[in-house]
Design a protein. Structure first.
Length: 126
């Protein structure tokens, strides 16, 4: 497994994933952080954008996914983000931290976080 890791933190988007009807109707903010394991040695040697992972693309793709998807569970959204990150090529493994910024829970001012790690092999077996 490649030891290089690219971290992308603070991807924010407004989306409509949630079990409660008002979550799917009114929506809410989500925040995503990614850790992508891939080989960065070629880009480190060449200093060329073409030799590395274009993180601006994955940021925009994740924002679009959050904005356009309606899943009942944030676990499903986290899986979809992992699959999206792995589909771009070159990534061996991804860690997704998906935060429901303001969950609709009475007397709770915290955040809910799904934290999962997936590899390409996890999706090839499905």
């Amino acid at each position: 497994m490649t030891q290089d890791c690219l971290h992308i933190q603070g991807i924010r988007a407004y989306g409509y994933t949630g079990f409660l009807p008002e979550e799917q109707r009114l929506g809410q903010w989500f925040e995503v952080s990614l850790s992508l394991w891939l080989d960065l040695s070629i880009a480190g040697a060449s200093d060329r954008l073409a030799d590395t992972y274009d993180y601006s693309d994955i940021v925009q793709s994740i924002q679009t996914l959050i904005q356009t998807s309606k899943f009942a569970l944030i676990e499903k959204l986290a899986e979809a983000i992992a699959q999206l990150a792995l589909s771009g090529g070159g990534v061996d493994q991804v860690r997704v931290q998906l935060v429901k910024v303001a969950p609709p829970i009475a007397n709770f001012d915290g955040r809910i976080v799904i934290d999962l790690t997936r590899s390409i092999a996890d999706f090839q077996d499905r």
